[in-house]
Design a protein around this ligand. Sequence first.
Ligand SMILES: [Zn+2]
Length: 441
Amino acid sequence: MFNNKILKVMPYVLGVLILVLITIMIILKVSDSAPEEEKTEKTETVVSDLNKDEEVPGSEAETEKTADEKAGEKQEEKNTEVKENAEAEDEPAGSDLVQNETAQENDGGTGNEEDKTVDIEPTPSATPSPTPIPELIYEYKDDYIETKDDVNLRVGPSTDTDIVVNLKTGKRLKRTGYNEKWTRVIYEDKECYIYTPLVTGVFEEPSEDGNAVGSEQTGTGTASLTTGVAAPNGFIVCIDPGHQTKGNSEKEPLGPGSSEMKAKVSSGTSGNTSGYPEYKLNLTVSLKLRDELVARGYTVIMTRDINDVNISNSERAKIAADAGAQAFIRVHANSSTDTSVNGVETICMTNENKYNAELYGASRKLSDAVLDHVVASTGAKKRYVWETDTMTGINWAEGPVTILEMGYMSNKDEEEKLLDDDYQNKIVLGVADGIDEYFSE
Ligand SMILES: [Zn+2]
C-alpha cells in the first residue's frame, strides 16, 4: 500500500533527480569556464604589456613566472649595455662590471694566492643584482697581447681605479693574467689592467723594438732625433722658445694699433717639484726641434738661442715675419693651481681676431696638426686648441702661428716627463711630424 505507492513513484523521482543533477552540473560547468577564459586573456595582456614597458617591475599584475622571466631578461640586457659602453669608451658610467670586491689572482701556479681588494663605489641608481657575480679569477698567462688604439691601462681591474696611461695607438704588451673581463699586463715594469674586449690579439713574442707596435715614435720606448742636414725643402719655420731669464714688465700694445697694453714678456712658470724654470725647458726643446727640422730640410730661424735675452713678444713675432716664416712655432710649458691638471694644448687666434683674422684658417690647421702629433708621439693627454686673441705674440704674427703648451710643470708626473731627455725627443718628433703634415696638404 503505502510502500507499494512509494515504489511505484520512485523511478520517476529518481529520474527527475538525475535530470536536476545533470542540469546543475551543466550550469556549473558553463559558469565556471566563462571566467576562466577571461582570466587567461587578462594574464596574456599583462605579459605583453610587460614586454613593451620594463618600468613596472614589482607590479601586482605580474604572475610569479612573469616576474622571474623579466628579472632574468633585464639583467641580461643590462650586462650587454654595460659591456658595449665599456668597449666603446672604456668608461662605463658607474661601472657595475666588477661588482665583486675581491679579485683572486693565481700567481704563476705556485699556489700563492694574492687577494686584491678593489673598492667599488655603490651605484644608487643601479638595480640591485639578484645573483652575485662570481669572483674574478685570473688565468695565468705568459705571452703578449696587442691593444686597440686609445685605450686606458688601469691600476686595478675596475674603471673606478686610476688610469696608469692612455695608449693612443695599439701596443704589444706582456700579459700575465686573463679573465673575460680584465687582462693583466705589464707596462713600463708596472702591473696594470686593461678591459679584455679592448685586446685585439695574442702573440708568442714581443715586437722587435720591445713593446711598441707600429710607429717607433709613440708612447713607450726611446725616441731618437733625426741627425744630419737634409737638402732644403723650401719651407721656412721660425721657432720661439717662450720667455727669457728675466721677464720684462714694460708694456707694449696687445696688437698692431691697439691701445690695450700688455707686459712685453713674462718670466714664465717653473716646475712645482724641481723649481726648474720654463724658459730653460723651452729653449732646450726648441734647440732640439731646430736640429730635427734642419735634418728634415726646413730652414729654421730662432727668436733666441740663449736664455739671457730681452726680446718682447711683439718683437718675436716681428722676427718670424721678417724671416718670411710660413710657420711660427712658439714653445711653452703650462701651469695650473690644480696640480692634477695635465696634458698638451695648442693656441691660435680666433676667426674674429682684430689684427690678423685672415691667418686663422692656417693657424688653426697648424695648431691641430701639432697638437695631434705631439699627443700621438708622447701619449700625453690631449687637451684642445685654445682660440684666443689675448696673446701679443699671436696678434702681431704675419704668418701662420701656434703656441705649443707642451705639458704642465705644476703636475708632478708631467713635470718629471718634461724634464726627461727622451720625452723631450718625443715632443720634438711630434711637433716636426705636425709641421710635416701641415706643409704636406
Ligand atoms: Zn710660457
